[in-house]
Design a protein around this ligand. Structure first.
Ligand code: ADP
Ligand code: MG
Length: 678
């Protein structure tokens, strides 16, 4: 078995399973082996009951407080009892195991392990596993991998398939040069794969993780530096001159550009008129007004006779940008087209024809923009918005659709400058470090779940005043499908909790693009007043009339992501509010959330978050979840990122890469940067 084999070559995976695995982007044996655990179930020491918290999986030891009770609810038999260990007690329930009632004896010590939940206000465990002392001791310290899943694929099934693949796959070719592995103390690839999926202990896992994270950053940095070296000499073949239409737009706007926006706009104008093609990253906090800057650039390209496009990660955002840009640019005779996946075949065909014939000046869309079928005519500028949601490769594929078009990249991820220089090392950096002056700072609060009703009353009051609200639904780790169900359920409850005159609707990732668009449109127009959503709304959405953002389970999100979510409000002239509802009262959680409570500055928050994180914090919350790394996290693994980038830089200086012995490394690099970069 080799990496590139189809996953059906693994025993036990047939055509039906194959389809389900594809939903996890697992097509080959290699994909399967790089489907790394998102966390581990670590068998830890017994815990005093007084110390356990909701949401944790723990083992406890105690005796029955009273004889167990058996109840029947519909067809379900339930055996429940209260267990005490002297420090506190906890409710335990078993379903459809009536024999437990006889088995459980007063006075006997039991070891139970399971997830702690809160039921009717009491800490409880449903269906915990019971262990003998011997079994428990044997398991102590072991780590079971936990994978991200999809409907129809269980954790057990994945663990088993990966186990089989690890046994049968031929040793993958090592692609990190030996000297580098030696210098940075990295174990070999095959061993790392085994140890990341089935670590014997924490040390093994950390060693494996370090190798893989370094690997991801190293190949990425090589790709970036290659592109940079190649481009430094790229002549500007699409020179653009300033046009009067841009100045007219600026005059017509209901506001004045901030100094920071003005500065970036000047930089862009200078770039596209210079000797070299533009490759610029505009980093600006949420709400800093990046869209208008991009719009001006698109206008300038059009009036210089060039086609240009704007690629965004979601259809909702594409639609929104499309409408805004048409409104601004149509009066100048500039034609804009939308190109998104949910369009019919006919609609797409017609759009392709208009694009190829250059009847369209600006094309706005999602990944649909980089399909083979799209042929541009004199593509002179490509803009990607929310770049952190794309891979470098997608950005490059878009650029390759033209003859060395200018590249403008926008991102709101407040990555500290030291890291941004590495991650976007092939680009020049502009920062919009100023918010429009008319903004009132958002008022924040961090509360626990008891505050929910008060929050609902507050939302009602804002809606009565004509405003709108977002509620981000409790997060579900297991799968997107469960998350979707969760949003639907939460919405039903919220409708009951709020005054019936308020329109509440929901949005989640499993909905069809057309449904999402419709909901977003109705929310934008004010017809829907409260929008319950998963984090799908976090990117780019702009409804300035929304003034309340309520985030359930705030403790499960990274600070940077919470900051992005918060950025959906405070976009207009009304006072806005952000309510972070935390399901955990742990000190660390509170300390983290307090940072958000006290600052609305994304860069500050990112830096503080970084400081609070220790080496043990690599699971659970992925800061930059959407970056293109499978395991690495640019925030948590910042120190490895710096090492790997330094190693890559040195290595490139040696001009080693083109030697035959590095062919596997070259393969890896092209998987990041696309064919033409090497
Ligand atoms: P982001 O940087 O998050 O993409 P947007 O470009 O969506 O932000 O802008 C957010 C809102 O601020 C929009 O409604 C936009 O019209 C408005 N805006 C942009 N620039 C200014 C400005 N200089 N003054 C006032 N409002 C502005
Ligand atoms: Mg934006």
């Amino acid at each position: 078995m080799v990496f590139s084999d189809d996953i059906t070559s693994i025993k036990g995976i047939g055509a039906a399973a194959k389809e389900k695995f594809q939903k996890l982007s697992i097509f080959t044996v290699g994909d399967l082996l790089e489907h790394y655990p998102v966390n581990y179930d670590i068998f830890e020491q017994l815990r005093p009951i007084a110390t356990v918290e909701e949401g944790e999986t723990v083992a406890i030891e105690g005796v029955l407080l009273r004889h167990p009770e058996t109840r029947k609810v519909r067809n379900l038999s339930m055996v429940s009892c209260r267990i005490t260990d002297g420090t506190s007690n906890i409710y335990v329930t078993w379903f459809n195991m009536p024999f437990m009632a006889k088995q459980l004896k007063m006075g006997t010590h039991y070891i139970l392990r399971g997830k702690v939940i809160r039921k009717n206000g009491f800490l409880s465990m449903d269906q915990p596993t019971m262990y003998s002392r011997q079994d428990f001791t044997n398991k102590l310290g072991t780590m079971q991998p936990i994978y991200s899943l999809t409907a129809g694929v269980s954790n057990n099934q994945l663990t088993k398939a990966i186990g089989t693949a690890l046994k049968e796959v031929e040793a993958p070719k090592e692609h990190i040069p030996l000297e580098i592995r030696k210098r940075y103390g990295l174990i070999d690839y095959k061993k790392a794969l085994r140890m990341i999926h089935a670590p014997k202990n924490m040390d093994e896992m950390l060693e494996a993780r370090r190798r893989i994270v370094f690997d991801e950053f190293f190949t990425f940095s090589l790709a970036i530096q290659y592109m940079k070296n190649n481009r430094a000499i790229t002549k500007n073949e699409n020179v653009m001159q300033p046009v009067k239409e841009c100045d007219e737009i600026l005059e017509r706007l209901p506001y004045k550009l901030t100094n920071a926006q003005m500065k970036v706009w000047e930089e862009i104008k200078k770039d596209v008129a210079s000797d070299h093609m533009m490759q610029r990253l505009v980093q600006g906090d949420v709400g800093s007004g990046k869209t208008i800057v991009a719009t001006l650039a698109l206008c300038m390209a059009a009036k210089n006779g060039y086609q240009s496009c704007l690629m965004v990660p979601t259809e909702v955002l594409a639609k929104q940008h499309y409408e805004g840009i048409v409104e601004l640019l149509e009066p100048f005779g500039i034609k804009t087209d939308l190109l998104v996946g949910s369009m019919t075949v006919k609609q797409k065909r017609e759009a392709y024809a208009r694009i190829a014939a250059h009847e369209t000046d600006i094309v706005i869309g999602t990944h649909a923009l980089i399909q083979d079928k799209v042929e541009y005519d004199r593509l002179g500028l490509v803009v990607t918005d929310e770049q952190h949601r794309f891979g470098v490769k997608q950005r490059e594929t878009l650029a390759e659709k033209g003859e060395k078009p200018h590249i403008l990249v926008m991102s709101a991820t407040p990555i500290p400058r030291t890291l941004a220089i590495i991650l976007y090392g092939d680009l020049d950096l502009s920062v919009i470090d100023e918010l429009p002056a008319n903004r009132l700072p958002i008022k924040n609060c961090v509360v626990n779940t008891n505050y929910r009703q008060t929050a609902y009353r507050f939302i009602e009051k804002e809606v009565l005043d004509g405003r709108q609200a977002y509620v981000i639904c409790p997060m579900v780790e297991e799968s997107e499908t469960i998350e979707a169900e969760n949003v639907v359920e939460y919405t039903a409850k919220l409708r009951e909790a709020l005054s019936p005159s308020i329109q509440v609707e929901y949005l989640h990732g499993k909905m069809k693009a057309s449904e999402k668009n419709e909901i977003m449109e109705r929310f934008s127009s004010g017809e829907i007043q409260v929008l319950v959503s998963t984090t799908v709304i976090e990117v780019g959405v702009n409804v300035p009339n929304s003034t309340v953002m309520m985030v359930e389970n705030a403790e499960r999100f990274g600070l940077a992501q919470l900051h992005q979510l918060r950025g959906r409000v405070g976009r207009g002239k009304h006072q806005s509010y952000c309510i972070f509802v935390s399901g955990s009262r742990s000190k660390e959680t509170m300390k983290r959330l307090e940072i958000l409570n006290h600052s609305n500055d994304g860069f500050y928050i990112a830096e503080e978050d970084l400081k609070l994180r220790g080496p043990g914090d690599m699971f659970g919350i992925r800061q930059s979840g959407e970056m293109e790394f499978k395991l690495a996290d640019v925030f948590n693994d910042a120190s490895v990122l710096k090492q790997a980038a330094a190693a890559a830089k040195e290595f490139l200086n040696d001009e080693e890469l083109m030697k035959k012995k590095h062919e596997y490394l070259r393969e890896r690099i092209t998987s990041y940067a696309g064919q033409t970069s090497l």
